[in-house]
Design a protein around this ligand. Structure first.
Ligand code: SAM
Ligand code: SF4
Ligand code: F3S
Length: 460
């Protein structure tokens, strides 16, 4: 009988995909360390290796599966290898056939069952738990934090009911459900006691928060949640991601400027500038609505950072459709765009359409779009040079090539800009709010120096 105790064992988790998976990895890490296991930096040495996979595009799936293939090399007796996340949920036991070294597979809704899954897999039987979307209508949980930091992700809902025609997420995350406001508030109060000062509220469509809770006569709304969280004075920054234009209401726009902690930043995925394409994507809004929403938001938030998601090469996208997306880019002057080439996903509505934009055309459109998006961001970011910006320090980052400065820290402004700055002193600046004077700006980040008057604490 193999030793099932985890107290002398190590674990390694590799995360692919979005913030949902990042938050789920934190949860898994806490569950494993509560059982006595220690984190390891190296999958070759770890006793338990988990891949937390993403299904959103073909490339993402390949990344997780090729990593799984690599793990075969150093599989030794007693080592457990598992795959979870959206890949575990969708691929299930099929993964066992092609991967004899794989011990367990688990889905997105059973993370809290990880100890039991490990027990079964450790007892010698290959084990799979997935496809079991939680059937209860309400969603209740407590945020788990493994890597202590001043910033935390807090799931306020799970699942998605939108069924955009290109998207696999409703199939990997199940139906939309929200946590009650009172529960989220006490969760965040607890996080504040742990030193958290910035919270990013997570959900596929946070602004449809409350709607999935069909049992309630009058659902709680996202603006109500923001206002309730704002009463926690020690919470300095509040962000949310992702949101959908369909529920981006005037009431939510009014929260900018009236909810103290709400950062002047918005990620509002638009996907395309063409109404014909938006219609086939089943996004259920017109591009004119998006223009109007952003106009109103900018009135409340003139200095705000605006980011979005774009898909190029969706089936039937013509050259003219793509030019409308390029026009949208010029008109919106986004601070950052996450742009992707369309990738058909099995079982989605769009997968039934002919994937008729050739790969070279998708690629050419993507490159042209990305190049222009970076130029725009670069131009916009120059306005920060010479200004003093408040940064929440996230930690040390890699030094720039050929730079004599070895200790570079990175943080974020309220509007979501990454700021890098050198510091060779003895303090760990992680988690501090500091003023940084901006010296240079590229399309992706700002670089500066700590303001002479900044308070770094004793011994700095
Ligand atoms: N819930 C968010 C929303 O409504 O926009 C985002 C969800 S998805 C995880 C993140 C982004 O991936 C999407 O906004 C979309 O741009 C992109 N995406 C999703 N499915 C895709 C596909 N089949 N091919 C290419 N990009 C895709
Ligand atoms: Fe996917 Fe659309 Fe749901 Fe976002 S809103 S997760 S793009 S189905
Ligand atoms: Fe990927 Fe699942 Fe997120 S498919 S983008 S990890 S919800």
């Amino acid at each position: 009988m193999q030793d099932l105790s985890l107290s002398q064992k190590s674990f390694y988790i590799k995360t692919f995909g979005c913030q949902m998976n990042v938050a789920d990895t934190e949860r898994m890490s806490v569950l494993l360390s509560d059982l006595g296991a220690k984190p390891s930096e190296d999958p070759a040495d770890a006793d338990i290796v988990i891949l937390n996979g993403c299904e959103v595009r073909d490339k993402a799936v390949h990344k997780a599966l090729s990593k799984l293939g690599e793990l075969k090399e150093n599989k030794k007796k007693g080592k457990l290898i598992g795959i979870g996340g959206c890949v575990g949920q969708l691929e299930g036991t099929r993964l066992f056939k092609r991967n004899p070294h794989l011990d367990f597979v688990f889905g997105t809704d059973v993370i809290d069952q990880l100890p039991e899954i490990l027990f079964q897999a450790g007892s010698g039987a290959r084990h799979a738990v997935y496809n079991e979307f939680d059937k209860t209508r309400d969603y209740s949980t407590e945020t788990k934090i493994f890597n202590r930091s001043a910033s935390a992700f807090v799931n306020i809902m799970k699942g998605c009911d939108k069924f955009c025609s290109f998207c696999i997420v409703p199939f990997t995350r199940g139906r939309e459900k929200s946590r009650p406001i009172a529960e989220v508030v006490s969760d965040v109060q607890r996080l504040v006691l742990l030193g958290v000062r910035e919270v990013t509220l997570l959900g596929q469509n946070v602004n449809s928060y409350g709607k999935g809770n069909g049992t309630k006569e009058k659902p709680e709304t996202f603006p109500q949640l923001l206002r309730a969280l704002d009463s926690i004075r020690e919470l300095k920054r509040l962000r949310f991601t992702s949101s959908h234009p369909i529920d981006f209401s005037d009431e939510l726009i009014d929260c900018y400027g009236s909810v103290r902690a709400l950062c002047n930043q918005l990620h509002l995925p638009v996907q395309s500038g063409s109404n014909a394409v938006l219609d086939r994507m089943h996004r259920h809004y017109k591009i004119e609505t998006y223009y109007e929403q952003i106009r109103k938001w900018r009135e409340r938030c003139p200095e705000g950072g605006l980011t979005t998601d774009i898909i190029v090469g969706f089936p039937t996208e013509t050259g003219e459709d793509f030019e409308l997306t390029m026009k949208l880019l010029e008109d919106m002057q986004f601070d950052l765009v996450y742009a992707f080439a369309y990738s058909p996903r099995p079982g989605t509505k769009a997968a039934k359409l002919k994937d008729d934009v050739p790969d070279e055309v998708k690629h050419e459109r993507l490159l042209r779009f990305q190049k222009r998006a970076v130029e725009i961001a670069h131009g916009k970011n120059q306005r920060f040079v010479g200004r003093k910006l408040e940064v929440l320090v996230e930690g040390k980052t890699k030094p720039l090539k050929n730079s004599p400065r070895k200790n570079i820290f990175a943080g974020r402004t309220s509007c979501g800009k990454v700021v890098n700055f050198p510091y060779d002193g003895p303090r760990d600046l992680t988690g501090k709010f500091l003023d940084v004077v901006i010296e240079r700006a590229t399309g992706l980040a700002l670089t500066g120096a700590i303001d002479a008057g900044a308070d770094l604490g004793a011994g700095a």
